[in-house]
Design a protein around this ligand. Sequence first.
Ligand SMILES: Cc1cc2nc3c(=O)[nH]c(=O)nc-3n(C[C@H](O)[C@H](O)[C@H](O)COP(=O)(O)O)c2cc1C
Length: 157
Amino acid sequence: MKIVIVYDSDFGNTEKISLAIRDGIGPGHVVNVVRAAAAGNQDLHGADLMFVGSPTHGGRCTEPVRQFIDNLPANALKGMRAAAFDTGMRAEDQGFVVKRAVKFFGYASTRMAPLLQAKGAGETQTETFAVIGREGPLPDGETARAGTWARSVVERS
Ligand SMILES: Cc1cc2nc3c(=O)[nH]c(=O)nc-3n(C[C@H](O)[C@H](O)[C@H](O)COP(=O)(O)O)c2cc1C
């Protein structure tokens, strides 16, 4: 299977998750990892599955991810599967005010899925990975969980 991982990352946490997804997919697949700001329709040529990952900013994906998706031609993802993932602060780690804000805004991946489907993607699985505080780090076990999730997405393809 040809698989593309498109991601954005300010502090490096979403990048680490993206690389863990790549490594978790395992042998027998061709996997390309591309930063959203440099990604475009040309990166999807012949792909069967695309992962798109973003830090959660105000409950949404970052501007480079949004622009990457917006700039895809209509039906660019037709016949492909997509999966959306994000990183965000765990609500339970936060104080009262931030906890309420995190819960209120939600996470980017659930908002990315309909954008990907609007470009023709079929079933789109979503997942959120935790960061501790704004800049990370990732909690123990989160990259391993990303690898396991990636394999489960690939196996459903
Ligand atoms: C401007 C800004 C807004 C943010 N908004 C949210 C939010 O709404 N919910 C949340 O859980 N985390 C929020 N965060 C924390 C980010 O999710 C966190 O910085 C990101 O997951 C780290 O990933 P990165 O290292 O790949 O940049 C925000 C961070 C920034 C800088």
